[in-house]
Design a protein around this ligand. Structure first.
Ligand SMILES: O=C(O)C1=C[C@@H](OP(=O)(O)O)[C@@H](O)[C@H](O)C1
Ligand SMILES: C=C(OP(=O)(O)O)C(=O)O
Length: 434
């Protein structure tokens, strides 16, 4: 990312209207629900994942309202762990499935967490195992995931090593619950994936008054109360990746205000990857701008393990580069809404593009895609990534489920079309995708 003297950027670059960060919205909702008193979240994301999270918190006893329009949410928190009994529906949201059980474990009573088939298939074992070792009575489904039944009686806390090799969300969930334990928590996660999300968790916990220290790779969270807080949510950097990529492949430009050098989101580093592919990138304190260069440059191998939600954005446009692109370090992306390495590879092959894939990597070769039907596998990021390929190649690609973008950005197709009129809004894109 360019943080020194900005390179020349075309004046008047169009501004993309990127909705709030899912990860910041759902963390802020949880922390506000755990705090005593009323917090206000400005510019939150309104999408399937955050609405599910709000509804789940209501089931746990928090009071949620809007202060006027949808762009400010008021949360009146419980001030401690929740009281059961409660049944909590997590829908498709990994953040709900991994953040809410540890919070409930600090409360009292019986809780049942469940979610869609897609969420049930995702890993929860590291979390269930950690909660059990902390003394919680948790019963998971066969296979270790949802539905999950918890008999809560508060948590003492202590020292714990967490298996976060499949998801950092196990760690984030435990950390956010930690101040509500009786003695605090010291946590170690040697095989942690997606580390920037843990940094985001710690930053937001501190904003809500928690005391967290890191020493020799171990995180120590002291017991204490959260403080109600007013917070403006940054635009979602993962969502912005599609618009930055669209600028790179069309030779146009996009500016996102509110995403800059102080961003809490690791996924903003996607612009570094675009810079490597020849795009011009400027990041200031308050904005990020990407403009397309002279075509997309390939011939590089990049580790996207820390920013794996954006690897599909790059892989989907990689056929338009002038040489092969290899992405590695992304094995955990096989465990998300879909097996994302397989989904990207299969859809690119359906477009006639040459691809090689391995357990944690993918190589995409240059080639003009042929018209094809894209199988989204109910994965918003597959839909959004291939929309950018359709725009950049000018080749019609028909998404089988354009509405699945509502997990994180219900207005995605309309916004891409507004900024890049050559992009045709798919039919039925506003329809419920379930
Ligand atoms: O904590 C979070 O908000 C997230 C963490 C990441 O998941 P993993 O830690 O499972 O890789 C990311 O893919 C997800 O979209 C959001
Ligand atoms: C993996 C994702 O979501 P989550 O884990 O929060 O369900 C995502 O949004 O790409």
């Amino acid at each position: 990312m360019t943080t020194e003297a900005p390179r020349t950027v075309r004046e008047g670059t169009p501004v993309a209207r990127i909705p709030g960060s899912k990860s910041l919205t759902n963390r802020a909702l949880l922390l506000a629900a755990a705090a005593p008193g009323t917090s206000r979240l400005r510019a939150p994301l309104v999408s399937d994942d955050t609405v599910a999270f709000r509804t789940a918190l209501t089931a746990l006893g928090a009071r949620l309202g809007t202060d006027g329009p949808d762009d400010c949410w008021e949360v009146t928190g419980i001030g401690r762990g929740p009281a059961g009994p409660a049944r909590v529906w997590c829908a498709d949201a990994g953040t709900a499935g991994r953040f809410l059980p540890p919070f409930a474990a600090t409360g009292h009573g019986t809780f049942v967490f469940d979610g869609s088939e897609q969420l049930r298939a995702r890993p929860h074992g590291g979390l269930v195992d950690a909660l059990t070792r902390l003394g919680a009575r948790v019963r998971a489904a066969d296979g270790g995931g949802l539905p999950l039944r918890l008999e809560a009686a508060g948590l003492d806390g202590g020292e714990i090593t967490v298996d976060a090799s499949t998801s950092s969300q196990h760690v984030s969930g435990l950390l956010m619950a930690a101040p509500l334990t009786r003695h605090g928590l010291t946590l170690d996660a040697p095989a942690l994936v997606s580390r920037p999300y843990v940094d985001m968790t710690l930053a937001l916990m501190r904003r809500f008054g928690a005391r967290a220290d890191e020493s020799a790779g171990r995180l120590t969270i002291r017991p204490g109360r959260y403080r109600p807080t007013d917070l403006t949510i940054e635009p979602d950097a993962s969502t912005a990746s599609y618009f930055f990529a669209a600028a790179a492949v069309t030779g146009g430009g996009v500016t996102v205000p509110g995403l800059g050098t102080g961003s809490l989101q690791g996924d903003l580093r996607f612009v570094d990857v675009l810079a490597e592919a020849g795009a011009r990138v400027t990041v200031t304190a308050g904005t990020t701008t990407v403009t397309g260069g002279d075509g997309l440059r390939g011939g590089f191998d990049v580790d996207m393990g820390d920013i794996s939600d954006t690897f599909m954005t790059l892989a989907a446009i990689a056929p338009l580069a002038d040489a092969p692109v290899t992405i590695h370090g992304i094995g955990h992306a096989r465990l998300k809404e879909s097996d994302r390495i397989d989904a990207v590879a299969a859809n690119l092959r359906a477009c006639g593009v040459r691809v090689e894939d391995g357990p944690d990597r993918i190589t995409v070769h240059p080639g003009r895609p042929a018209p094809a039907r894209i199988t989204c596998r109910r994965d918003h990021r597959i839909a959004m990534s291939f929309s950018v390929l359709a725009l950049g190649s000018g080749v019609p690609l028909q998404l089988d489920d354009p509405g699945c973008v509502s997990k994180t950005f219900p207005g995605f197709h309309a916004e891409l079309h507004r900024l890049f009129p050559a992009y045709a809004i798919p039919e039925h894109s506003e329809e419920e995708h379930r």
